[in-house]
Every structure is written in structure tokens, then in C-alpha cells.
Ligand binder design. Structure first.
Ligand SMILES: [Mg+2]
Length: 241
């Protein structure tokens, strides 16, 4: 994102894990539900996958939601709140106003999001090889709509809501798995966070929206970037085999 914290950095999400304590210790250790409690077999490999711009076309869905409110979402930079305008305006909406629309989208509009091409089939096939868990940074009030959306689209895997960088929770999940683990996200801060907290976890960046692909910051030397789900599925499968 250009100058707004990405959803990963939004402070208003509800964490599945308790990371209330501040400081490096809290970053290193996050409580995660145990894999068995999520219905996952700790003896199998683990695939930890994001939702927005990975399994679903978030920006497209958010744009349509805003259009329904008479607003424009302009994909001019890798940002959220700075891209929301009144039609014809040259100045974006105030950040706080944008944040309110963002929160509303998760509660009322995220159910309309289109699934990323090939994502559901890829996860179905990967789930034959290992456990799949969905790790999303979404406001807590969006949990029900999010779970319903996943279920409707053949993505009914265990769902965890996180707040902030995903490394601590991904590490706490991966360290329970006796097999290898992979992590997929669109946002560099989350990928970097997993690299720091759980360097053994294979990392993949995927950006679903073709308009965002040239704008999304990447670091291919650190995290494999694959925007096509068929190719991504093969790479993930290799990484956990
Ligand atoms: Mg995302």
C-alpha cells in the first residue's frame, strides 16, 4: 500500500489469538488454536492461506460495494482508503470515512466478492495433500459473512481471523504441524512477518486482481510471486511434499 496501512495493519480487527501483550515476546509467541481443534491432522503438511486478493477479488468487490454508495474506487496505487473518491473529485475521502466503508464492506458487502480464478479447485486438490487453514485479517464483525462466503464457494476450511502481521499466528500453527507448511498472502508485510517468525514455512505471494499486480510491492528474492492459481498450486504442492 502506498501510504495507508494495509488491512493487515488495521487495528480494529479481532484476533483469533491473544497477542494483547506488547513487545518482541508477543511477536514471537502467539496462541493459536490447536490443529486438532480445527479438525486438522498435525501429521500432515499445512497450507495457510489468505482471503482478500488471494482467494477472492477484494478490490473488485469493495469497488462494487462503494459504487452502490455513489462512490468511486480508483485503482491508481496499492492502497485502500486513499483510492476512495466522490465521482469527479480530485481529493480522496477522509481516511476515517474510508475506514468506515471498509468495515461496512466486511459486514454487508464481502459476501458478494468473486472467487479468484482457479482458487477453489487448487485448494481442493491441495487439501488432498495436507490441511488447509484460512488466515484472514478482517474486522471481527465480518466473521459470519466471511464464513458464509467461504462455504458458498467450496472454500469451507477452518477460518481464523487475525489482526496485524500474520507471522506470529502462522508460526504458532506451523510449529504444531509435523509436516512442512506453506503460507500464501498478497501483502509483503505479512510475508515478511512469516519469514521472520517462521522462516521454514514456504512463502508465496499471489495478487488476484490484474489491475493491482503491477502496483503490488514484491520481493521475489524473499517470497515466490505467482499470480496464476494453477501454477501456484503446483508450487505449493512441491513445497509441502
Ligand atoms: Mg490479502
Amino acid at each position: 500500500m502506498a501510504d495507508t496501512p494495509p488491512p493487515a495493519a488495521q487495528p480494529d480487527a479481532v484476533a483469533a489469538s491473544s497477542t494483547a501483550a506488547a513487545g518482541p515476546a508477543a511477536l514471537l509467541r502467539a496462541r493459536a488454536p490447536d490443529l486438532a481443534g480445527l479438525g486438522l491432522d498435525a501429521a500432515r503438511p499445512l497450507v495457510i492461506v489468505d482471503v482478500d486478493e488471494v482467494l477472492g477479488h477484494f478490490m473488485e468487490g469493495f469497488g462494487a460495494f462503494l459504487a452502490g454508495r455513489g462512490l468511486e474506487f480508483r485503482v491508481e496505487r496499492f492502497a485502500l482508503f486513499q483510492n476512495i473518491y466522490h465521482p469527479g473529485a480530485t481529493e480522496h475521502l477522509p481516511i476515517e470515512e474510508g475506514r468506515q466503508h471498509y468495515d461496512d464492506f466486511f459486514r454487508y458487502g464481502a459476501g458478494e466478492m468473486r472467487v479468484a480464478e482457479g482458487a477453489a479447485d487448487a485448494l481442493r486438490r491441495l487439501s488432498e495433500q495436507g490441511g488447509v487453514v484460512i488466515l484472514t485479517n478482517a474486522p471481527g464483525q465480518g466473521r459470519l459473512a466471511r464464513a458464509r462466503w467461504l462455504g458458498r464457494h467450496g472454500l469451507d476450511y477452518p477460518l481464523l481471523l487475525n489482526s496485524g502481521p500474520k507471522g506470529p499466528l502462522a508460526a504458532a500453527l506451523a510449529e504444531q504441524a509435523r509436516g512442512p507448511a506453506a503460507f500464501i498472502d498478497d501483502l509483503l508485510p505479512n510475508l515478511d512477518s512469516v519469514a521472520d517468525a517462521a522462516p521454514a514455512v514456504a512463502r508465496f505471494q499471489h495478487v488476484a486482481d490484474p489491475r493491482l499486480r503491477p502496483l503490488a510491492p514484491s520481493s521475489p528474492s524473499r517470497h515466490t510471486r505467482i499470480d496464476d492459481w494453477d501454477a501456484l498450486r503446483i508450487a505449493i504442492a512441491d513445497s509441502i511434499s
